[in-house]
Design a binder for this molecule. Structure first.
Ligand SMILES: Cc1ncc(COP(=O)(O)O)c(C=O)c1O
Length: 427
């Protein structure tokens, strides 16, 4: 497979795009970054004429694949009515009702445009509701690119155990109220609550650590987050930007039978369109209603994105959708594990069927960020490069997204490619 035209376009892009790409992490997907002409279902078509079977799903949103006819139709119909409004329309009520019906314990929602924004809205509401300033996040968790949360996202081994900025341009004053703890460690959470008595507004967590190895929560840990927040008058926030509408229609609330105070949604919710939401009980939004704080945004509730979300949730509500997606992912995980065993290589996969990660060099599923530092990331990169030559597009760091768009033919192709790549892989 050759990527000459992509290399040429990337060279042109670096002349005019300061970052070369439009989101920093994209540079790591392939060398050169690939340029695409079109995409359909689970297939991306690049400028060199290659057809690539996609398991990146646009970093999560494309749960129904590209150009799904039902989403396309809903969006085009809406575009015939509006472009953007900056005002009210019935679609907002319809989508809020749909989310409330799908997600257990959510009674009201607010809309934003990206996951990063919605996380900030949730933290602001939590701070206004509690009158407190500090919040707790966990090592390895990603909650968007803003300074107060881009802390200890992928710390080096030396940075473990303290709040470390992730990049330049993050003044310490902007994350001085961010407390960072190891995940799946209930005792550390209890200690933090007693050391900062009456000061913690919120605890924010990915319910599955999708951004660092798809680590699963230890039994009782998420329950402890919710219970300790309740005991100490803080707000529990599940950041479901990845897990929402992906691991189940009701996200982690449904999957784990849990009811945090607030949850944040984006990505899979709108099948590739730019919308996010925060959901919670009526009471948790009192601070917005009574004017203690505000939430705003020119594009909030944009009708086109709302139409895309309504169409996506309709597709995801078809009975059997999640069972089928999870089965597909589990079958890939089993193939990867089987091939590794046959070759005598240590490999584990972690997560669910619809979002999972692959770790070479680990004997047991990782429980927290520090564990994935021990994995053989270079070997996975070699494997991923072989998979690309086989026509499969995968994300770095071992993460795979599976969606409605992946069917039996894709599973067959993927299994065959996995087998061939293990044959070629030099450990
Ligand atoms: C868990 C989580 N929260 C927040 C975000 C930020 O969302 P966005 O990129 O839409 O701003 C992401 C993005 O990947 C995410 O994975």
């Amino acid at each position: 497979m050759n990527f000459e035209n992509s290399a040429r376009l990337y060279a042109q892009a670096t002349e005019v795009l300061a970052n070369g790409v439009s989101s920093g992490l994209r540079r790591r997907v392939s060398t050169p970054p690939l340029y695409f002409k079109r995409a359909s279902g689970p297939y991306f078509y690049d400028v060199d004429g290659n057809e690539l079977l996609d398991y990146t799903l646009g970093w999560g949103p494309l749960i129904a694949g590209n150009a799904h006819p039902a989403i396309h139709k809903a969006v085009v119909a809406e575009l015939q009515k509006f472009t953007s409004l900056g005002a009210q329309h019935e679609g907002e009520i319809a989508l809020a009702r749909r989310i409330i019906a799908a997600v257990p314990g959510v009674e009201q929602v607010i809309f934003s445009n990206s996951g990063s924004e919605a996380v900030q809205a949730a933290l602001r509401v939590a701070r206004a509701a509690t009158g407190r300033g500090k919040f707790i996040k966990f090592e390895g968790h990603y909650h968007g690119w803003f300074n107060n949360v881009l802390v200890s996202y992928h710390p080096t081994p030396e940075q473990l155990g303290r709040a470390a900025p992730t990049c330049g341009g993050q003044p310490a004053a902007e994350y001085q109220d961010t407390l960072v703890l190891p995940w799946n460690d209930k005792a550390a959470l209890e200690r933090a609550f007693s050391e900062h008595k009456g000061q913690i507004a919120a605890v924010i967590t990915e319910p599955i650590l999708a951004n660092s190895g798809s680590c699963m929560p230890e039994p009782g840990f998420l329950e402890a987050v919710i219970a300790l927040c309740k005991t100490h008058g803080a707000i529990s926030i599940f950041d479901e930007v990845i897990t929402g509408f992906r691991i189940a229609l009701g996200g982690a609330r449904e999957y784990f039978h849990l009811r945090p105070d607030m949850s944040v949604y984006a990505k899979a919710m709108a099948g590739g369109f730019s919308i996010s939401a925060v959901g919670g009980s009526r009471a948790v939004f009192d601070a917005l209603r009574d004017g203690r704080t505000i939430h705003a945004g020119t594009y909030n509730g944009n009708p086109v994105n709302i139409a895309a979300a309504l169409a996506t949730l309709e597709l995801l509500s078809v009975p059997g959708s999640y069972e089928r997606m999870h089965r597909h992912g589990q079958a890939i995980r089993e193939e990867l594990e089987r091939c590794a065993r046959a070759k005598g290589l240590a490999l584990v996969t972690s997560g669910t069927g619809t979002i999972f990660s692959v770790h070479f060099g680990l004997a047991a599923a990782p429980k927290r960020y520090a564990d994935i530092l021990k994995a053989d990331a270079a070997l996975y990169d070699n494997f991923r490069a072989l998979m690309l030559q086989e026509g499969l597009l995968l994300l770095p760091e071992g993460r795979w997204y599976v969606g409605l768009t992946h069917g039996e033919p894709e599973l067959g192709k993927t299994r065959d490619a996995v087998r061939r790549c293990f044959d070629k892989l030099k450990a």
